[in-house]
Ligand binder design. Structure first.
Ligand code: PHE
Ligand code: NA
Length: 448
């Protein structure tokens, strides 16, 4: 049977933007920026996106389009043997692990959306959202129910395939998300705290530039936000025809992903400053601090909350779709299953593997791994190690194992100055930074 392809290049771009734009842009970006000093983090983050994220993204696109297969086989088809195929293997593994807990967190989001639709969240008394949220995630049936519901939607969309499932879903959802995000940003800019928020986001505190941990957090976030290192971009690019140009597509995706993060900051921080919340509240920022504020805002708050959680839920959905597709493409090729079987099996197995994560936040799963809950341990294992290793192998592979001329042709730059610059970024600069980051993470986790 012939392998599937995107119906149009626009469809591919929207799907890749859909993969990139997710919890990373809203939940993860806002708490990292809040934690690491706002503008200083933003500047370092944008630098990491351009200097490391963009070159690695182009390398992943090149491997996928040239390989025309799933993350592992694409390496083989484009000249890898032995050690190099570890890159594809890590991608498939990371996608599986990340999706297992991504579905859990997305389930929490859907629960909040539901609770604002029914009015249950709006009627929590002032200061009580922490308990409301804590009570929910430490339950048993609740977190599993919402995780399963979210995963069922992901599975249903992937079930219909590249053109009829993934491409159509992204064509509908991505423009809708952009619209909701801009509406929310306009609203936030009318709040009293908008000025302070703009200062926080755009006027840097220069002392933060001396803090190495901020650089480490920024590189990690660049990887996570662009869906790098987990085979997603390799897999999506493999459904492109061989003649499509890649450099402009990569630029478009990076631009939209970065805009989404910055505008999400413009939505969130005016709310934070208007109501005197601590911007460094950490991962609970959008689950506890923001709902507290939505509740203070009365009727408008309910409306803003519903738009906000809908936005986050759909952004998470289009990202989760790309994670499941990595595993589905792998099973279809490796075991020669058809799409429907592969989707059901991969979807159900990854959902079940997520159950311990769902039950690890005060629920019955009480064991910890290096002091982290099961969910946090998987998050750290992937965000701090497997993703980075996968991305490093991809860039070394394209930079050194491919013939220079092939690598340059694949990106569409040819031997222009951009091509040569790109080549040295994937050969040396990106891998060197990633290596430093891996060492810092290892030191912080195990030795410090
Ligand atoms: N890029 C997504 C985000 O920002 C996360 C993700 C990672 C999605 C890997 C797919 C694959 O939330
Ligand atoms: Na992102």
């Amino acid at each position: 049977m012939e392998r599937e392809q995107w119906a149009s290049k626009l469809g591919f771009i929207l799907a890749a933007v859909g993969s990139a734009v997710g919890l990373g842009n809203i939940w993860r970006f806002s708490y990292l920026a809040g934690d690491s000093g706002g503008a200083a983090f933003l500047i370092i983050y944008v630098a990491c996106i351009l200097l490391i994220g963009l070159p690695v993204l182009m390398a992943e696109f090149s491997v996928g389009r040239k390989g025309q297969s799933d993350a592992i086989q694409s390496y083989h088809n484009s000249g890898a043997g032995g050690f190099w195929s570890l890159g594809g293997f890590l991608g498939v593994l990371s996608a599986f692990l990340i999706l297992s807990f991504y579905g859990v967190i997305a389930g929490w989001i859907v629960y909040f959306l539901y609770s604002y639709l029914t009015g249950a969240a709006q009627s929590v008394e002032e200061g009580g959202v922490g308990d409301f949220f804590g009570g929910f995630i430490s339950g048993t049936a609740g977190p599993i129910f919402w995780q399963f519901l979210f995963m069922a939607i992901v599975i249903a969309i992937v079930f219909f395939g590249i053109k009829k499932g993934i491409e159509i879903a992204n064509k509908i959802f991505m423009p809708l998300l952009a619209l909701i995000l801009v509406l929310l940003a306009i609203y936030s800019l009318t709040l009293d705290g908008a000025g302070e928020a703009m200062n926080f986001l755009f006027a840097p505190d220069w002392s933060a530039f001396g803090n190495f941990d901020v650089y480490a957090a920024a590189v990690g976030q660049a990887f996570f936000t662009l869906s790098l290192g987990m085979g997603a971009m390799i897999t999506y690019a493999s459904y492109l025809g061989k003649e499509e140009k890649l450099s402009s597509a990569a630029g478009t995706i990076v631009t939209f992903d970065t805009l989404f993060a910055i505008i999400a900051g413009i939505v969130i921080f005016p709310i934070v400053f208007t109501f005197g919340i601590d911007p460094s509240a950490g991962p609970g920022l959008i689950f506890v601090s923001l709902p507290e504020v939505f509740n203070l805002m009365g009727g408008a708050g309910t409306f803003v909350a519903i738009l906000f959680f809908f936005l986050v839920a759909v952004a998470a959905l289009t990202s989760a779709i790309s994670l499941l597709e990595v595993n589905v493409a792998f099973l279809m090729r490796k075991l020669k299953w058809n799409r429907k079987t592969a989707t059901l099996v991969a979807g159900i197995v990854v959902t079940l593997f997520g159950v311990p994560s769902a039950l690890s936040q005060g629920g019955p799963v009480t064991f910890t791994i290096f002091d982290n809950s099961f969910l946090d341990a998987i998050d750290l294992l992937t965000a701090e190690y497997t993703l980075l290793l996968g991305g490093m192998i991809t860039s070394l592979f394209v930079g050194w194992r491919w013939k220079k001329i092939d690598a340059l042709r694949e990106t569409g730059f040819g031997e222009s100055i951009f091509g040569i610059l790109w080549l040295w970024f994937v050969r040396v600069i990106a891998p060197a930074w990633i290596l430093i980051l891996l060492i810092i993470n290892f030191y912080n986790d195990f030795l410090a």
